[in-house]
Design a protein. Sequence first.
Lengths: 98, 581
Amino acid sequence: MNQAVTSSITTSRTTVSSRHVLHCCMQSEPAGLERLCRVVRVRGFRIASMSVESSGKHFNIALTLEGSRPISMLQSQLLKLHTVVEVVLGAQQARSVA
Amino acid sequence: MNGAQHILQAFQQHSITTVFGYPGGCIMPLYDALVGDVSVEHVLCRHEQGCALAADGYARASGNLGVCIATSGPGATNLITGVANAFQDSVPLLVITGQVPAELIGTDAFQETDILGMTLGIVKHSYLVDDADSLPGILIEAITLAQSGRPGPVWVDIPKDILLAQVNLEAAEHQERKSCASAEPQTDSATHNAAVDKDISETLRLLRKAHQPLLYSGGGITLAGAEDGFREFAEYSALPGVVTLKGIGNPGRHNPNHLGMLGMHGCRAANRAVDECDLLLVIGARLDDRATGKPDTFAPNAKIIHIDADSAEFNKIKAAAVTINANLNDVLRALTREVQAQPLKIEAWQRQCRAWLTTGGFQAAGNEEALAPITGPAFVRQLSRIAGDDAIISCDVGQHQMWVAQHYQFNRPRQHLTSGGLGTMGFGLPAAIGAQFAKPGTAVINVAGDGSFMMNAQELATIRRYRLPLKIIILDNQCLGMVRQQQELFYNNRESHINLDDNPDFVAMARAFDIPALRINRTDQVRRSIETVLAYKGPMLLHVTIDREENVWPTVKPGGSNREMMEDTKPAKKKTEENAA
C-alpha cells in the first residue's frame, strides 16, 4: 500500500537519534521476547526501557527505543514475526545529535 | 502412533516425498520410524550442511518444500549455514532436528545446543516442541508458514522423548485446526483489493507519464509462481528490463528489450539504463546492495514503484512513490491487460537501451588458437550453447558464479540455482543433488570453482550412492579467484591466503568415488569435452584448468556506485570480442 514516506534510508541515516515509544502485542511463547529483542537490535535500535505483562495467551510489551533509523522500518520488521499480533507506534521525539 | 511416526504421516499428508538427512542420537526415533517406510525417500548426505543445501536445491528446482533432518548438537549446528542460505534467498524449507530429552534441556547434556536460540535470525519461525500432542499442529503450521507469503525456512526442534511419546489423536486434531487458522494470513480482502486496485491505477498513470521507464525484476517472480505473468507483462509492455542475480531467466532469452543483469558484476547497459531511467518498476526484488551499489546514486532520476510479497522491503533502501503488497500474478495480469489495450509509447527509450546493449552487453574474451588457455567466460558460453535451455545449472560462489550469471543464456529462472543473498561457497554440489532428485529426467550441472568444490566435496559419496547422473564442472584457477581479484584491484595486489596451487588431483578424487572424470586445459578441448560429459549416462566430473589471472569484468568497487564500473585495463591479449546481445 502507499505509505507516507518522509525520507529514504539514505537521508534517514543521519546522526539524529530519536526516542520512540512502541507497544507490541505478541502471542505468548517461550522464545517470544528473544525474537522481539533480536529484531530491535539487528534493525538498529537500543532498548531504553521495556515492560512486559503477560495476559494468558499474549504478551503486552511497552518499549522505549532509541535509534536514528526510521521507526516504521522496525515496525514492519516486527510485524513479520509470526507471533506478533500488533505493533503500535507512540510518541517520538528527537533526542540528541551525535 | 508416536511423535516420530506422526512426522512421517505429516510428510505423507503434505505430499513430501523426498527428505535429506543424517541420523544421530536424539533423532534416532525418527530414523527408527523410517525403517520399512515407503512413503518418503530419505536421502543420506554426508554432512548436515549438505542435507540443508540439498533440500534448498530441491526446493529451488521444483518449487516444492525442501525438508532436511539432523540430530541435536553438532548435527543441528552443521545445518545452520544451509538454513541461513535458504533464509537469505527466501527458499521454503522445513528443518527438523532432534533435541535432548525435555528433562535434560538446560543441563548442558551430551549433544545439547540451544539451536532455537542460535537460529532466531535465520528462520521465518521456529518451535521447540514441549508436548507430543502439539506436534501435529506445529508440523501443519510449519509446513504452511514455510511456503506462504514470502517463503523461508521454519525450524522444528523436537526433544527425543517427544519423538517417542504417544500422540493423543483427539487433542492433536484440535491443535491441528488451531494451527491451520493461525498459519493463514488474516487480511480484510475487500479493503485490501480496493487499495491494490487504486495503486495499480497509479502505477499505470506513472508508467504512461514516464519517458524512460525501466522494469527491474528479481527472485520474487519465481517465488510467487508468477513466471508466466511476468513474461507476458514484459512482452506486452515492451519495457526495457534488467534483472537481479536471482531474477536471471525471468524474461526468457528472446525478449529484445532485456538488458541483462545489473549491479556489481552486471553489464554496463543494465546499469546505465538504471542510471538514466525516470521510472523504475521493481517487481519481486528487495534492492539488495550488490544490485544497487551505493544507494544515493542508484536510479537518481527515477520514481520507484515497488511491488513485492513482503511489505517490510518497501522504502528500506530507497523511497518508493507507490508500493503494492499483493499477489504478484494478479498485479502483473492487471497491468498486462492495460498495456495490451493501450500500449506504452516508449520507442525512443527502447532504441536507446538497445544501442547501449550493443556496446555495453557482457563481453567474453575468447582465443581462437587451439592451444590457447581456456577462459571462464568462453567456457561458459560454450556450455550454454551445448547444454541450452533444458539443463539446470547449480553454481557455487565466486568468479565462476558471476561468469555463469553473465554468459549462460538462461531461459527460465528455475534453471539457474545460485546462492544470492548469503553467498555460500559449497552450495553448488549439494544443491545440484537436491535438484537432481527434484528433476530426475533433467540434466543437472554443478559449475564450481576449485575453492568452493572443496567445501562440500564429501557429497561425491552421495552422488555415488544414489548413482545420480549429475555433472560436475570445476573451473580451476588454483586460487580463491574472487578474493584474489579484489586483493588485486582494491588491496594493492597484496595477495593474502588465496593460493590453492596444492589442490588435490580432482580427477583422481572423483574416480575414488567411482565417478569418471576428464581434465582439459586447452581451448580446442572445450566443445568435445562438454559434449562427452553431457552425453554420459551417469555422473561425471570435468576438471577445467583456467587462467589464474582472469578477472570478472565489469566490476564495481564494494560500496561504490554502479556509475563507476571498472573494465579490464590489462594489455589486450590476442582475443576476439563477442557480444552477449
